[in-house]
Design a protein around this ligand. Structure first.
Ligand code: SF4
Ligand code: SF4
Length: 441
């Protein structure tokens, strides 16, 4: 329900911020507070600012409201620390939605738009359209192989985009994710969520995910009609757009009778799990969203839950693990990815200090707040243990950020996904004939 102070649909709720007892136990967990020491850059500061707007003390249009809400990384470390269970992430995302709706409603408003027009267009017309995204991916692959991306990167603005272009991985030539048939009946009916960026820049990891699940007799199927999870839209305050995508994904996965919806991307998985919150006021989808979210699980967790076969060996490698904050703080994958890595003979696992602290990627944060993003990345790179040969991570945003990080600060280190390490260790065991899947196009 809206109010005079938050006049648009889907506002932050009083019942959400009232449990905050202002204890400050969340402060030390917050990367933006750690960097600045500013109360308004802390979870408590953000929650109390939202309360102040709701009580009519601070106008929604005050520039500090947009600045404070959008400087949050959405990493959710504060929620884990909060003893009162304040849903800080939801409050901030709902607050952003109000700011964006206000800016849209008052075109004469002269403040800086929270989200640029190009980003808005990409959120609405590119990311939710797998076909268009893959066309862009193919063009990107061709441009990379002709050496055009790096040579032209210096002409790109803003600075965040230039850095990403410089560190971008080679887009795989094959962007199709086929499942394969097997003689062994699967232990569970598993549907794979492909994602948007993941299925273009890191399509190799999606293909490895499918092979690893197959190797462990977990199906899988790739439901057609699925789309981007909507995480980037919700972080940007574009809540209506995010809901359109949530409904499409629910319909796509409910068309197959599945036990699990498996993701290999912490940011996507966290978004899929939060569909009930996004669709709480949609009577048609509220219950479906609840049932859908209960099936969502990270690939490492489903492997442990359903039973998996540890590979007998792999080539010796010193590996550390960068935990995606959404995978840890929202999906609660815990140590499952690390346990799997440690169980592979040949791998020398090296613990990274404060591994779940946000690396500064945070969706498009590295584009909108390049200085804070860079400061956090620099700290993260300093935490990579000496002698590390490979950083394993579980989210495309972190992956891109790690690539930029090793490029800038720790050259020579590889960045990979857990499933790629596992897939290699299985030696790409023979799989039978590919079958059509409906796929993502
Ligand atoms: S830990 Fe929770 S209750 Fe304490 S200040 Fe932070 S948000 Fe408020
Ligand atoms: S989500 Fe992360 S950056 Fe935002 S307030 Fe919480 S800890 Fe700080």
């Amino acid at each position: 329900m809206s109010s005079a102070e938050f006049p648009f649909i889907d506002p932050p709720g009083r019942e959400q911020y009232q449990p905050c007892i202002k204890c400050g136990l969340c402060l030390d967990s917050c990367p933006t507070f750690q960097e600045t020491g500013e109360e308004l850059e802390s979870p408590r500061g953000r929650v109390q600012l939202i309360a102040a707007v709701d009580r009519g003390v601070v106008p929604l249009s005050a520039p500090k409201v947009a600045a404070t809400l959008f400087s949050c990384l959405d990493c959710r470390a504060c929620e884990v620390a909060c003893p009162s269970g304040v849903p800080i992430g939801s409050l901030i995302e709902r607050g952003r939605g109000q700011v964006v709706a206000m800016q849209r409603a008052h075109r004469s408003w002269r403040g800086r738009a929270a989200v640029g027009t190009t980003t808005r267009l990409a959120l609405k017309h590119l990311l939710p359209n797998p076909k268009r995204l893959k066309q862009v991916g193919r063009l990107l692959a061709a441009a990379q192989r002709l050496g055009l991306i790096k040579s032209r990167a210096r002409f790109l603005a803003p600075v965040g985009m230039r850095r990403m272009a410089e560190a971008m991985p080679l887009v795989p030539r094959t962007l199709e994710s086929d499942t394969v048939s097997s003689d062994t009946p699967p232990k569970a009916r598993v549907g794979v969520f492909l994602g948007c960026i993941m299925d273009v820049l890191f399509a190799d990891a999606n293909q490895a995910t499918i092979r690893v699940l197959q190797h462990n007799h977990l199906g899988p199927v790739v439901p057609g009609g699925q789309t981007c999870c909507g995480a980037l839209a919700i972080h940007a305050g574009e809540r209506d757009q995010a809901r359109v995508q949530a409904r499409q994904n629910i319909d796509a996965f409910f068309a197959s009778d599945l036990d699990y919806v498996v993701t290999n991307a912490g940011g996507c998985g966290a978004a899929l799990m939060e569909y009930p919150e996004w669709l709480a006021e949609d009577p048609q989808y509220r219950d479906k969203a609840e049932r859908f979210s209960q099936k969502v699980v990270d690939v490492a967790v489903v492997l442990e839950k359903e039973g998996w076969r540890a590979p007998s060996r792999t080539s010796p490698e010193k590996i550390t693990y960068q935990a995606s904050c959404h995978l840890s703080n929202v999906m609660k994958a815990g140590a499952a990815p690390v346990r799997i890595l440690k169980s592979i003979p040949g791998i020398e696992f090296q613990e990274m200090a404060d591994s779940a602290r946000c690396c500064g990627s945070a969706g498009i944060y590295n584009l909108t707040h390049p200085e804070m993003s860079e400061a956090l990345l620099k700290r993260k790179m300093a935490d990579v243990p000496d002698g590390t040969e490979t950083i394993v991570t579980g989210n495309p945003g972190c992956w891109l950020q790690m690539l930029h990080g090793v490029d800038a600060y720790r050259p020579g280190i590889r960045v990979r996904h857990l499933v790629q390490v596992l897939d290699d260790a299985y030696g790409r065991e023979a799989l039978s004939t590919p079958v059509a899947t409906g796929a993502s196009e």
